[in-house]
Design a protein around this ligand. Structure first.
Ligand SMILES: [Fe+2]
Length: 393
């Protein structure tokens, strides 16, 4: 066996740029202008429906006012499925659309991104695209991604997560043709999010920032934006949960989720996402809820691998670490995450999501193989993931 003489596990870094973003109150009103700028004449509007918010009709109106024809596909579900992608692609072709507008959280954006991958590759099955694809086809049909949650970050990333319903796992697809042409993040849309979803998506954003910052990929360009997103979440997520009309808190969370997306786009994620992907694929469990349950035990497991980074996370979360040793500060970071999750009244467990003793082996196996496990700061073993799952039941 050859001796490894390379000093770093990942000596060559890759920085992935993000699409042009428009962020701020009323940004959604730019949807029509931006869709036209990127060349959309007839958009397939891809969404879960966002029933009761009026958002879909409002954005449809904004697009039509700018002269963009709209066909709505509102059958996307949580953990978007491979067959939904192909249904949406069929509607795209039949309606002679020439671009996409996704409205919602990660499910809507990822379904739209997957439709574009399918279209770019002449209708191939989305199941062919698991992992790093690297086709280098960077030009694609235009796509405007408009975000309505404070968690996804998907509007800013080239990752697309789709459930393979045949094999019951979530495919993590890294493909440049998935990048949106424009991302729009508007606190006015995020303000419609109810408290429970604010909590779950907000913890998803925190998980993106924490996992990208502690990732063993060590991408320096992710560090600053990840820490700042952690700081915003530490300061404002409780307020956004407690009073959805708090404009300052909603705006802070809009930036935090966008920053989390930037951070993971190059920095990568870790075991919390590996577990959430496995449960999402097997049990259709909501992504943010899985992360909210798994974050604390997973980070308690991870902190010995990079205590200084966790000590910095403690400071970003507002913990006064003066007089603490590095390990005490690192432990305080995880304690503060636990306090936040308790304040957000996350009481669910993996048992509530339907995880049974019989499934643990399968979830562990999928989580170990998940692409995010590669970047987790501490080495992962079957036993380690098994232990984490049992702590979450
Ligand atoms: Fe996530």
């Amino acid at each position: 066996m050859a001796i490894n003489i390379v000093g770093s596990e990942f000596p060559l870094k890759t920085f992935h740029a993000t699409p042009r973003g428009i962020i701020g109150w009323g940004a959604y009103q730019m949807a029509g202008v931006e869709a036209k700028k990127v060349g959309i004449k007839h958009a397939l509007l891809v969404t879960t429906g966002l029933k009761g918010t009026g958002i879909v009709d409002e954005i449809k109106g904004v697009l039509q006012y700018a002269g963009v024809e709209v066909t709505v596909f509102d059958k996307v579900t949580s953990n978007p499925k491979d067959y939904e992608v192909h249904e949406a692609h069929k509607v795209y072709k039949e309606a002679n659309c020439d671009g996409l507008v996704s409205v919602g959280g990660g499910s809507s954006h990822d379904c739209a991104k997957a439709v574009r991958i399918v279209e770019t590759h002449n209708g191939r099955s989305i199941r062919d695209f698991n992992g790093v694809c690297d086709f280098d086809i960077e030009v694609n049909i235009p796509h405007v991604a408009i975000t309505t949650t404070c968690g996804t970050g998907s509007e800013a990333t080239y990752a697309t997560v789709i459930t393979n319903t045949e094999k019951k796992f979530k495919m993590l697809i890294f493909e440049y043709s998935a990048y949106a042409s424009r991302s729009i993040v508007d606190p006015a849309l995020i303000r419609t999010l109810p408290p429970k979803l604010t909590a779950f998506t907000g913890i998803d954003a925190l998980t993106h920032a924490v996992e990208a910052y502690t990732s063993r990929l060590n991408i320096l360009t992710s560090y600053g934006i990840a820490l700042h997103s952690i700081e915003l979440i530490g300061k404002h997520l409780r307020e956004a949960f407690g009073n959805g009309n708090n404009a300052e808190a909603r705006e802070a969370m809009a930036w935090a989720q966008y920053g989390g997306g930037h951070a993971i786009n190059s920095g990568g994620a870790g075991v919390v996402h590996s577990i959430a992907h496995s449960l999402g694929g097997l049990l259709d469990s909501p992504h943010g809820m899985c992360n909210s349950i798994a974050l604390v035990p997973s980070q308690r497991y991870n902190l010995v691998a990079c205590p200084e980074k966790f000590a910095n996370i403690a400071k970003a979360l507002g913990v006064d670490t003066a007089g603490m040793t590095v390990m005490q500060a690192a432990e305080a970071a995880v304690d503060e995450m636990e306090s936040l999750i308790n304040d957000l009244e996350v009481t669910e467990t993996f048992s509530d999501l339907g995880l049974k003793e019989d499934n643990i082996d399968q979830v562990t196996e999928f989580a170990l193989k998940d692409f995010c496990s590669v970047a987790n700061p501490r080495n992962l073993t079957k036993k380690a993931i098994d232990d984490l799952l049992r702590q979450c039941m």
